[in-house]
Design a protein around this ligand. Structure first.
Ligand SMILES: [Zn+2]
Ligand SMILES: [Zn+2]
Length: 257
């Protein structure tokens, strides 16, 4: 039991560290180029915030990494359809791609509704306040969540394993996409082009700007990957499309450059 637990925690930690490291390297490269991108909120993030986020991340990573090994130790494996082989079901990579998309839809739905629940005044303090202490986010804000929120968030993986026939590779690809997207939405920079929110497909994709607005205002934009739920439930920030076209909060800063 101890070995799978440690392996799982270390896996969450190194995935996160690697993704943050790659984004940090890209950011440095970007800063050196002309026409650099602007921070979504002009105010720089101080060292105390980063220290606090890194410290809370240690506990949330332990919680994130523990949920699945504990769930399997309690017998989750008896109710799942997990296959090591890429060619399970004889459908190969096309099947895996479909599973990854379905996993993303389940993750998005789980996150949207549990996230809204965690904003309920009776739950917010216990489950979600730690994450919202960062009103101006950077990569280290991503896993700056309470252990309770880490457990709630991990529920998506349990639902996915219960509902879908997953293979090793679909889980592997999904978990990388998940970490990369989570860090992207907290970057404090927008990476997608400005035309995205007007594009027929792009308007359904969640962005760093949308999640940054969520942190800045403490409301609106509860989604993870997509904006289906926010657009359908009327919880998208009213000025999101206009805001996105301006590519960020820092309009005054944008004019000065
Ligand atoms: Zn929130
Ligand atoms: Zn966040």
């Amino acid at each position: 039991m101890l070995y799978p637990l440690l392996r799982s925690i270390l896996q969450v930690a190194w995935h996160y560290a690697l993704v943050v490291g790659v984004f940090a390297a890209l950011w440095l490269w970007w800063r050196l180029r002309p026409g650099r991108r602007r921070r979504l909120q002009a105010k720089p993030i101080g060292a105390p915030q980063i220290r606090r986020e890194m410290l809370t991340s240690v506990f949330s990573i332990i919680a994130l990494g523990s949920v699945m090994p504990l769930a399997f130790a309690l017998g989750l494996g008896r109710h799942t359809n997990f296959y090591q082989s890429v060619h399970a079901y004889g459908r190969g990579w096309g099947f895996i791609a479909l599973m990854v998309v379905l996993m993303m839809l389940i993750q998005d739905t789980w996150f949207y509704w549990t996230h809204r629940l965690m904003h309920h005044r009776r739950l917010f303090r216990w489950a979600h306040r730690t994450h919202h202490r960062s009103t101006n986010t950077g990569p280290w804000s991503t896993y700056s969540i309470s252990p309770l929120e880490a457990v709630i968030d991990s529920g998506a993986s349990i639902v996915i394993l219960l509902l879908l026939p997953v293979t090793f590779w679909s889980l592997f690809i999904f978990s990388w996409i998940n970490t990369i997207f989570a860090v992207y939405t907290h970057l404090g920079y927008e990476l997608f082009p400005r035309a995205l929110s007007k594009h027929w497909l792009g308007r359904w994709i969640n962005t760093s700007i949308a999640h940054n607005t969520h942190h800045a205002r403490g409301r609106y934009n509860y989604s993870w990957y997509f904006l289906f739920w926010d657009r359908m439930m009327g919880t998208l920030s009213p000025d999101y499309d206009e805001h996105y076209r301006k590519a960020g909060f820092s309009a005054p800063e944008a004019k000065s450059r």
